[in-house]
Write a protein of this length. Structure first.
Length: 266
């Protein structure tokens, strides 16, 4: 976005987004937020191409955002959650510009997997994001959030195997844990059958429980490890459900029913 009207800071917070669209009129918009433990990853990864979703009638947008210490480091005198604020900036860009690509700024869905789903959940309670989107999709929500003190301690210790960068519940940019409602957007969740229950499954379903009317699903195909659902999210039948949900809030099954993705799409 090259800042595009957003404030710039000393951390080089120019960032980019990608748009796929074949829409002529006001079409639903999906903003994709990639995962990667808030440390690695890019919207340019080929598995995140939005051509199929665009073919389902969605204007598909993906964005980069600051990662690791630039995005989530607990630094004295610097605002927390700079990576989250970059995604808010992308949502503001959508409000200003998406109509020229055939998108409807009044029908925006945010979607993410793993730490991307963590960002989605965070946006659901961020004052800066209020009114900028209308639906949310969270696959395999990474469910840990730091206090400012925890962030400093964990990042200073930098123990091997520990995720150092999580959203920080600072009472300002992120006023409360995203795992506590209420929420004012529609919600669709999914986790895989074989991923870590404590890290991903339980936080995903807790978010749905707190929401109260979320559409729930489990990816139970083989394999069903963390991230196994990503291909079907972009090129399979889950992409079709996403497009339906983005269009009118109904992915294709009742909200009181647990959808199991079992048989492989033909």
């Amino acid at each position: 976005m090259d800042r595009d009207g957003e404030p710039a800071g000393e951390f080089g917070d120019a960032h980019t987004l990608n748009v796929w669209s074949v829409a002529d009129g006001p079409a639903p918009v999906i903003l994709w937020i990639h995962g990667g433990a808030n440390t690695v990853g890019s919207s340019a990864q080929p598995e995140y191409a939005g051509d199929v979703l665009a073919g389902h009638g969605v204007v598909f947008v993906s964005c980069n955002y600051r990662l690791a210490v630039d995005g989530y480091g607990a630094l004295e005198g610097i605002p927390h959650n700079r990576g989250l604020l970059d995604v808010v900036s992308a949502l503001r860009w959508i409000q200003r510009n998406i109509a020229r690509y055939g998108g409807d700024p009044g029908n925006v869905t945010v979607a993410g997997q793993s730490s991307g789903a963590q960002t989605v959940a965070s946006l659901m309670v961020m004052p800066a994001a209020k009114g900028l989107f209308h639906r949310a999709i969270a696959h395999s929500l990474a469910g840990r959030f730091f206090t400012p003190e925890e962030a400093v301690e964990v990042q200073r210790a930098a123990e091997p195997g520990v995720v150092l960068y999580q959203p920080i519940v600072d009472g300002d940019t992120l006023p409360r844990t995203p795992l506590q409602g209420p929420y004012d957007v529609d919600l669709l969740v999914c986790h895989t059958a074989d991923e870590d229950a404590e890290l991903f499954q339980r936080p995903t379903m807790r978010l749905a429980d707190e929401h109260g009317r979320a559409f729930r699903s489990i990816y139970a195909r083989t394999p069903a490890h963390h991230g196994a659902d990503v291909p079907d999210m972009f090129r399979g039948d889950i992409a079709e459900a996403w497009a339906r949900f983005a269009r009118d809030g109904d992915p294709g099954w009742p909200s009181g029913e647990l959808k199991r993705w079992v048989s492989s799409p033909s």
